[in-house]
Design a protein. Sequence first.
Length: 245
Amino acid sequence: MAFIARPAAGSPWRPSATTGGPSPTGRPAVRQYGDRDGPPAVAVDLAGHGDSDDVEADPGRGTLDAYADDVLAVYEATDASVLCGNSMGGAVVLWTVLERDFDVEALLLVDSGARIPVDDGLLDAFDRNFESAVASMHAPDTLFYDPDEDLIEVSEQAFLETGPTVTRRDFRTCDAFDVRHRLEAVECPTLVVAGEHDRLVPPRFQRTLAERLPDAEYVELDGAGHLPMLERPAAFNHAVRAFLL
């Protein structure tokens, strides 16, 4: 997903562009974050997601380049100053910063990493039976830690609407992504936010990411899995606003 966060009155920040993968972190996150107390948010669909047309791109670099084009177009069109990415979106954000020549004032990396390996069994499951693999992602303590039924329904629907072709490509792009050797080039202030119970990108890897970035802070949110902005919205919003404002 992608969203643009606009600053509150008196804030030094311009809008911030945010991106993620096939999971439902875009429009639902915008609804819970875009209130009157801080920078609101506007969802932007990456290629092949939501209402955006797909592009011809191979998993890995080709997909990252296509998504970086999307993010940068929104970033420039809205005069943004901050990039935020959740999960695969963190990979897209890091790739955009490393591969594109533009100024960014800060980054937010949420349950993401400089490398995001995907279990071979999960990749095979998406190839064999897409619907069954989506259901397995919503088993207890997997994508979410302790969600309600409404959140599970929204998440499953987002995967199904994105469809097997784009979802498989996204997961294989995550698996191919690795910029661990380039983190020193990310010079802007960065907030790394981790869900305490994230099993897809465990907090220990996110702590390492924060330690290896030149200028980073690390926040771990209790009682959340891979999507803390949806499971612990108040705590997530507080962490982001404390960093940005």
